[in-house]
Structures are given as structure tokens and as C-alpha cells.
Design a protein around this ligand. Structure first.
Ligand SMILES: [Zn+2]
Length: 152
């Protein structure tokens, strides 16, 4: 999957940031999950997307990563963890258009309620709507449980 998106991002310090935020989410969520999570940062600077594979492999392209701050990164990873926790199948995790149309990153000052609302609207356009809504709810919950406070 990483190879399809330009291979691993060359700067390991940036990859570490993704790991740190991902692990922080996993360590703090109240809903324990048995999967061995791993967070990947493909170097793709064109494709704005994030997705997860059943079993705990989570991916966020550099194109998406580079636009957003840490709390928003946590929101993205939380959403992907939500897919894993919810046992959503790969076929139903069709995220490409989802993240491209998401306005989550449009405003750095958006609070979590707005973030959730904008994702909810976008999911109406994509497949696996119920899965996306469940992941959104879990993602926001995980983000808050990990100590990221809504931004004002
Ligand atoms: Zn999703």
C-alpha cells in the first residue's frame, strides 16, 4: 500500500510524529482493541487520502498530513482506528473521495463539533455511509480521550 503512494516518507522524524500521535490514541482509548496497530506515512504529495486495513495498518499520505495540525492529524488517525475497531471491511473503506472532499482541514480554528459536522456531510456522498459515520463518532471520541481538546 505504501509503495502505491510513493514509498515511505524519507524523513523519519516526520514518520515518528505520526507514530507518536497514533500510539497516543491507542494508549488512551477506553475501548481496548487487540490489533497490532501500525501507522504509515507514504510520501505521496498529490493524493489527499488516509485509509486503514482490517487488522490495524493505518495510512495517511504526506499530501494530507502536510495540510493539517497535530489535533487534526489525531482526528484523521482516530477515524481510521475507528474503521479497524468497527471491523469495517477493506471494500467498504473507500476513503479517496472522502478525504478529498472533506473540509475538515479547511479551517485550522474549527472545533471538533464543526469537524464532525463537515465529515458527516461529506460521508453522504460516499459509499459505506454507516461505516463512515461510525468511524467519525469513534474518531472524535478517541481524539478527545487522548487529550486533544477542541480548538477554539
Ligand atoms: Zn473513513
Amino acid at each position: 500500500m505504501t509503495q502505491q503512494h510513493g514509498g515511505p516518507y524519507p524523513d523519519e522524524r516526520i514518520q515518528v510524529l505520526v507514530d507518536v500521535v497514533g500510539d497516543k490514541l491507542i494508549d488512551n482509548i477506553a475501548r481496548k482493541t487487540p490489533y497490532p496497530y501500525d501507522f504509515h506515512l507514504p510520501a505521496d504529495e498529490q493524493t489527499i487520502t488516509a485509509f486503514a486495513l482490517p487488522g490495524g495498518q493505518c495510512f495517511i499520505t504526506y499530501a494530507l498530513f502536510s495540510q493539517w495540525n497535530e489535533a487534526q492529524l489525531a482526528g484523521v488517525l482516530g477515524h481510521e482506528i475507528g474503521h479497524v475497531v468497527g471491523r469495517h471491511s477493506t471494500e467498504r473503506i473507500a476513503e479517496s473521495s472522502f478525504w478529498q472532499t472533506s473540509t475538515m482541514g479547511a479551517s485550522l480554528g474549527a472545533d471538533m463539533g464543526n469537524v464532525e459536522g463537515s465529515i458527516g456531510q461529506n460521508t453522504l456522498l460516499s459509499n459505506g455511509r454507516d461505516d463512515e459515520l461510525e468511524s467519525d463518532e469513534l474518531g472524535v471520541l478517541f481524539t478527545i480521550q487522548a487529550g486533544y481538546t477542541p480548538m477554539r
